[in-house]
Design a protein around this ligand. Sequence first.
Ligand code: ADP
Length: 365
Amino acid sequence: MSPVTKEDVLRALGQVVVPEDGKDVVESGLIDGVAIKDGNVHVSMTAGDTEAAKALEPLRQAAQRAVAAMAGVTSATVILTAERPRPAAAKPEPAPAGRPAVPGIRHMVAVGSGKGGVGKSTTAVNLAMALAQLGQRVGLLDADIYGPSLPRMMGITGKPKTQDGKKLLPMEAFGVKVMSMGFLIDEDAPMIWRGPMVQSALQQMLGDVLWGELDVLVIDLPPGTGDAQLTMAQRVPLSGAVIVSTPQDIALLDARKAINMFRKVDVPVLGVVENMAYYCCPNCGHRAEIFGHGGARATAERYETAFLGEIPLTLEIRETSDAGTPIVVSAPESAQAAAYRSVGEAVGVALSGRKAKPFPRIVYA
Ligand code: ADP
């Protein structure tokens, strides 16, 4: 079967009629962009403002159904961009181009949390390593602009290089390609991030980096559910989001906010990871549930998403993380590394729940 082209997609969209004016969505100028990658189709539709976006929701769904029904389409996402294209005379800025796909990257998975300090970055790093051990070609993007910690956690120093003076080569550690704002800015320099800066930084880290062919790009988002996070969730063509939470009620409350944020912008929530689920005494093996236990599983059930697994609270996880040698690579035989691999497998299953094929080659290290 020949691959789906932009023209095919526009033809399918031409069947979706705007009830108000009898024209189809293409004629009405509502289609902002079409991106196709391996049968995964992303379409962005322009909506004026939030109110207009609400009114256009049925049309968005109809457009998504029309594209999804096409032969050769494995997944279809139509999103509404709640901004008008800027007039040509306006100062050039990174165009609000919806969620353009990044060529060569099969799945982008965001790791988010409702608040800081729950172990989101630690989970993102070890999840990336676990996926690599499961045979995936993995990239790790540190989008935590407020506190980029991946260079330290991965033990990477130095700055990314460029071959052509235009695009950056990602750094690499333990077989995973890594890019972080931390490589480009001084870790101690205070920065105030405004909306357009967040957008352009992210755009650069995605589009101006030679990622090459990746099965999964794990994206460590800033903690919380503010503007920066929302912008990222909206702008990046995410296959889904993984929510990290500790088991206490108060943390879970924030996790719920994160779930709702992703859903609001149509990013599938792949599931919830319970971090610091229990403490295993290294001396006597006694298991203590310091923050309670099972809350994340209950939250996942209540919000009809998957429970991706639990990670214990252990000294080794903290120490290896601080030392720049994540536990999954420094102690691959440990129970903790196995716990992260199990989360990696669950993420694979959650991705396969969507139409796109999950990881192509699962091999055990
Ligand atoms: P976040 O990204 O949510 O702010 P981090 O990943 O930076 O959180 O983790 C915060 C601190 O908790 C770090 O010192 C990290 O080493 C530690 N940590 C995270 N997960 C665990 C765990 N499962 N066991 C022990 N320490 C952990």
